[in-house]
Design a protein around this ligand. Structure first.
Ligand SMILES: [Zn+2]
Length: 92
């Protein structure tokens, strides 16, 4: 469901090894900081495919809320989703 990320293009030396991205399965930034993951999630949200992950409690009209959320909420959602997906389908 989530598309595969482009590899991190920062050189290995300048990456922060204390940060790990579950989407890229590589070091350099955290999952919550991952721009590629955010882009991929926004694409899924646009397609309405995140509704079963993001329980808002009052229906479909909230499906575009991901765009409007404050960073903290968006980051928390991304972390939750990253946990749910537990890794990206590597067979495709
Ligand atoms: Zn990443």
């Amino acid at each position: 469901m989530l598309r595969r990320p482009k590899p991190i293009d920062t050189s290995v030396k300048s990456r922060n090894k204390n940060k790990y991205c579950e989407y890229h399965e590589d070091h350099g930034h955290t999952t919550a900081e991952c721009r590629e993951l955010k882009k991929a999630l926004h694409e899924l949200a646009d397609q309405g495919q995140l509704n079963h992950f993001l329980k808002k409690g009052d229906g479909d009209h909230n499906r575009c809320n991901l765009e409007e959320k404050k960073d903290n909420d968006a980051n928390r959602n991304i972390e939750i989703i990253a946990i749910i997906i537990g890794g990206i389908d590597s067979s495709s």
